[in-house]
Design a binder for this molecule. Structure first.
Ligand code: S3P
Length: 450
């Protein structure tokens, strides 16, 4: 896929040092603007991630009549004038989710509760990703959905209204599926229940009560919600903590580059997002938690990382959903660790913004790594440094681009990473922050090269 943008990365010229704050959490930014739009009253959100994905979600609500005031030029603070659960207006044109899977999957739940018909599409990558996982449950709640491949592929057209509550037993461990069903459940006539095969990120369950909608979690993990028929804007500001999935790139970079010492300020350490830290700890990384606190309903801490002897290990399958977005950069760490790293039970990586197992295996191999691809994971035998001079393809996937920029810090020459512009979807200032701690990375265009 040609989306453009070439990064030139590596090798690091010295230890990485510094203390940085990464942008707001992507998952929570999506949810905050969704719930604020559907609430009665005005919600102010701070720490919003101004990535293309989140701006696409905000734009969908603007397209359906919600007034959103951006409070600064960076688009990290906004005021949302909620229209209530039943106040959205039929959009005049197709809604565009861009590259954002979370946007389209969660919006499927919200749009299923609307009496008007709407059509949602996205970019070339999103149009290849499976939607049946959210379309099937909203259909069983009574919504009508049509689309390519029987509604599995975008664009999809959705109409609904008053829905039936269901007990959804999800086959995939997916927070997007769970959240879609809960959001549709706001429009249902009874108790909506969701059961997932493994626990996944719980930001929807944590945020709904902030808007006056209780959610219960049973001992077996089943989530249930009795709709209160309205959401209410919270009294105070909704603060979004820094995104652990963005922080993880610098944690791995600092682990890999000798003599490094980097502190990531106030990042989310919710256990359902903290799998990367458990995996890195098991790989021997030096990680220290400092200044633990709470932001809104979410635990945060500073995480200090010093470089140090990473070794391979077998990832506990139960940790997979909690680190699902971090495996591209964990693959980079494993390629440069001692011994063998084994990942299984991670077939979901194949249906992300790209096929992340194939994309990382191909890119790392081009840089000399020793990696076997498996249907549900990979086996990686670490080497001491990667080969410079390689040109690799990020396939328009933000996390592949950033993971390879990190890997390149331990190469013996520059690596060119093509189709990297999608970094803007989740981490627009990645290159600036990376340069700030001493990573060797730049846009080819900035250097005057093509
Ligand atoms: C997300 C859930 C995950 C994750 C994605 C964000 C969310 O997807 O990969 O980046 O915000 O709910 P799945 O739920 O499909 O695993």
């Amino acid at each position: 896929m040609e989306i453009g943008g070439t990064l030139i990365a590596g090798p690091a010229k010295g230890p990485l040092k510094g203390s940085i704050t990464v942008p707001g959490d992507k998952s929570m930014s999506h949810r905050s603007v969704m719930l604020a739009s559907l609430a009665d009253g005005v919600t102010e959100i701070h720490g919003f991630l101004p990535g293309d994905d989140n701006v696409a979600t905000a734009q969908m609500f603007i397209d359906m009549g919600v007034q959103i005031d951006w409070l600064n030029d960076e688009k990290t603070a906004l005021r949302v004038h909620g229209v209530g659960l039943h106040g959205l207006r039929k959009p005049v044109a197709m809604l565009d989710a861009g590259n954002a899977g979370t946007c389209v999957r969660l919006m499927t739940g919200i749009l299923a509760g609307q009496r008007f018909e709407s059509t949602v599409s996205g970019d070339a990558s999103l149009c290849k990703r499976p939607m049946r996982r959210v379309v099937d449950p909203v259909r069983s709640m009574g919504a009508t959905v049509s689309g390519n491949d029987g509604g599995n592929l975008l664009p999809i057209t959705i109409s609904g209204g008053k829905l039936k509550a269901i007990h959804h037993i999800s086959e995939v461990a997916s927070a997007q599926v769970k959240s879609c069903v809960l959001l549709a459940g706001l429009y249902a006539d009874g108790v909506t229940r969701v059961h997932e095969p493994k626990p996944t990120r719980d930001h929807t369950e944590r945020m709904l009560p902030l808007f006056g909608q209780p959610v219960a979690v049973a001992d077996d993990g089943t989530i249930s919600m009795t709709p209160t028929d309205r959401l209410t804007a919270p009294e105070g500001v909704v603060d979004i903590p820094a995104d652990p999935s963005s922080a993880c790139f610098f944690a791995v970079a600092a682990s890999l580059v000798d003599g490094s010492d980097v502190t990531l300020k106030s990042i989310g350490i919710n256990p359902r997002r903290d799998g990367w830290r458990r995996v890195m700890h098991a790989m021997g990384a030096s990680l220290t938690l400092l200044n633990q606190a709470t932001v809104g309903e979410e635990p945060v801490a500073d995480v200090r990382i010093r470089s140090g002897g990473l070794h391979g290990m077998a990832v506990d399958p139960n940790d997979v959903p909690d680190a699902i977005d971090e495996f591209p950069v964990i693959f980079a760490a494993a390629s440069l660790a001692d011994g063998e790293f084994v990942l299984t039970d991670a077939e979901e990586l194949r249906v992300k913004e790209s096929d992340r197992i194939a994309a990382m295996a191909t890119a790392l191999r081009l840089a000399g790594a020793d990696i076997d691809e498996h249907a549900d994971g990979a086996v990686i035998r670490g080497i001491s440094s990667l080969r410079g001079g390689a040109a690799v393809d990020a396939h328009g996937d933000h996390r592949i681009a950033m993971a390879m920029a990190v890997a390149a810090q331990r190469a013996d020459g520059e690596i060119r990473i093509h189709n990297a512009a999608a970094i803007a979807t989740s981490f627009p200032n990645f290159v600036t922050l990376a340069q700030g701690i001493g990573m060797n990375v730049r846009w080819a265009e900035d250097a005057g090269a093509a």
